[in-house]
Design a binder for this molecule. Structure first.
Ligand SMILES: Cc1cc2nc3c(=O)[nH]c(=O)nc-3n(C[C@H](O)[C@H](O)[C@H](O)COP(=O)(O)OP(=O)(O)OC[C@H]3O[C@@H](n4cnc5c(N)ncnc54)[C@H](O)[C@@H]3O)c2cc1C
Length: 494
């Protein structure tokens, strides 16, 4: 069989890739070797930037808002037990830096991975993605024309020919290994055990703290749906001992506790030294393994990889852009993963189990979510002198950053103008005329100040909602200037 894009791996990154590609009308097949999501979820917190991406595809409304709606991330405290004495709260980045600026029309999403994955999968299928669960990719090869993979479901193995392959096959990524792509980072950190249980503990979440480092026991947190997870040191535990640990962590022995399952986790950190090779692109944990304890970057960054890749693949497959556009995936996403890796180790993990912190300036959580800078051929005017991440108000519409959010009418954000295609934001008839001859949609926006523009300026926004280029004022030849900027940043074929 033939398809445009084959995605290997049906975790959060792969399923998001299938969803974003299908939403853009790309023919996509996803294979996942398991029949469904794991009984033991990992991720629970998805940041507001991911909320924005899901808003664009019409999914955000179906998802519960995260408890971590504060800009500094998840609230965590050291405690004697859940009901016992609490010590100082620890923050990922200092709360003093909190601003009252509203950065996003979205809130973070608080839903366990085993519920999030089916929602993404169902939406991807609804949009036309061909998702094959219980189907394993056995081998693959690529040449100048495409990728051939041998996959096997219930029956005999068969071949799938694709123009491109997305390797979203997890942190051990057999595809990355076969390609010989190495990784840089801290590597193995530790192994943890976990016990997933259900208990009526909702009343202990009222003050908004969701993570508890319990003295002499371990790390306790919740999936927000009655399920809790207690992380423990790596050794064997019989069930009575697990119950005793749970009781000790809670600080009460009068509650009904249902043990759901247990887990064992290898916690490591590393970023692939190349995010693509030929027609194959790494996404999610295959590209970067980012431990969850100080940033929850893992799945969030993986979903954003998928989003960055989807519009570029769509543009190349549709013949609107030259294949060189795909080189900007590595140029844009790998530095973000490397920055997340650095920030994880610059942050306080609340219990210092992973050795010395990294000696690097701490970057505000909101800057990490909404203010990373892309430098690539798909951006004009983002020089090496600029910082790697800043708050949106510091960027003020800088090319290479996510276009700023401001409400343009009740319930409608500037961000709702983007994502479908290229957009020119301006408020001047000459810019409207300039956009008319190109595959660029003109949007009249009054609040040009938030884009860093004068009343006669214009910003060109890419299909992923990032600013590609801007002219702060009206040039002599708006049509020629825009045409050249569009052709260059989109690697345009016409
Ligand atoms: C305890 C814990 C808590 C975490 N909490 C958070 C959090 O709150 N927020 C956050 O953002 N991140 C969190 N993370 C990280 C997050 O879970 C991961 O980053 C994310 O799930 C990775 O998704 P993925 O799709 O890249 O990889 P995976 O989820 O590993 O998916 C890879 C998939 O590929 C499939 N596969 C592999 N090989 C093949 C093959 N040959 N054929 C077919 N299928 C194949 C596998 O079966 C698997 O389903 C947490 C991690 C841990 C360990």
């Amino acid at each position: 069989m033939k398809t445009s894009v084959l995605v290997v791996g049906g975790g959060l990154a792969g399923t998001s890739a299938a969803l974003f590609l299908a939403w853009r009308g790309v023919d996509v097949v996803l294979v996942e070797k398991h029949p469904g999501s794991s009984l033991h979820p990992r991720a629970v917190g998805f940041n507001a930037r991911v909320g924005e991406l899901l808003r664009a595809v019409g999914l955000e409304g179906e998802l519960p808002v995260s408890r971590m709606t504060k800009g500094f991330g998840v609230r965590r405290v050291r405690a004697e037990s859940l009901v016992g004495k609490k010590y100082d709260e620890t923050f990922w980045t200092p709360p003093a830096q909190l601003s009252d600026i509203e950065y996003s029309p979205s809130k973070g999403v608080g839903v366990a991975q085993d519920k999030m994955e089916p929602l993404l999968r169902d939406k991807a299928r609804e949009l036309g993605a061909d998702i094959r669960m219980s189907t394993r990719m056995l081998e693959f090869s690529q040449d100048g024309d495409g990728v051939t993979a041998v996959v096997q479901g219930d029956g005999e193995p068969y071949e799938i020919h694709a123009d491109y392959l997305i390797a979203a096959d997890g942190h051990r990524s057999p595809i990355r290994e076969q390609l010989g792509i190495t990784r840089t980072g801290r590597g193995f950190m530790h192994t943890s055990r976990s016990v997933l249980f259900r208990a009526p503990l909702q009343e202990y979440l009222k003050d908004g703290i969701g993570q508890f480092v319990i003295d002499d026991v371990g790390f306790l947190t919740t999936y927000g749906d009655g399920r809790w997870v207690l992380m423990l040191d790596d050794r064997e535990y019989a069930e009575p001992e697990l119950r005793q640990k749970i009781v000790q962590a809670i600080g009460r022995d009068d509650l009904e506790i249902e043990i759901i399952t247990t887990g064992r986790w290898t916690i490591s950190a590393g970023v692939a030294d190349q995010f693509s090779q030929g027609r194959i692109f790494l996404a999610g944990d295959a590209a970067h393994t980012l431990p969850p304890s100080r940033g929850g970057f893992g799945a969030n960054v993986g979903i954003e990889d998928a989003h960055n890749l989807a519009w570029k693949l769509a543009a190349v497959i549709n013949g609107e852009s030259r294949p060189s556009l795909l080189d900007t995936y590595d140029a844009e996403r790998r530095p973000v993963a490397t920055l997340c890796h650095q920030q994880i180790f610059a942050r306080n993990d609340g219990h210092n189990r992973d050795g010395e912190p990294e000696d690097a300036p701490l970057i505000d959580n909101n800057a990490m979510h909404y203010g990373v800078l892309y430098r690539s051929d798909a951006v004009l005017g983002a020089g090496p002198e600029l910082p790697r991440a800043q708050l949106p108000e510091q960027w003020n519409g800088q090319p290479g950053t996510r276009a700023p959010h401001v409400w343009i009418e009740p319930g409608k954000s500037t961000l709702d103008l983007f994502q479908r295609g290229w957009v020119l934001v301006a408020d001047h008839p000459q810019w409207e005329e300039a956009a008319a001859g190109l595959n660029v949609h003109y949007e009249r926006v009054e609040r040009l100040d938030v884009f860093g523009l004068s009343a006669k300026g214009a910003s060109l926004v890419r299909p992923d909602g990032y600013v590609a280029w801007r002219s702060t004022d009206l040039p002599d030849d708006p049509t020629g200037t825009l045409k050249s900027a569009f052709s260059s940043s989109s690697a345009g074929t016409r």
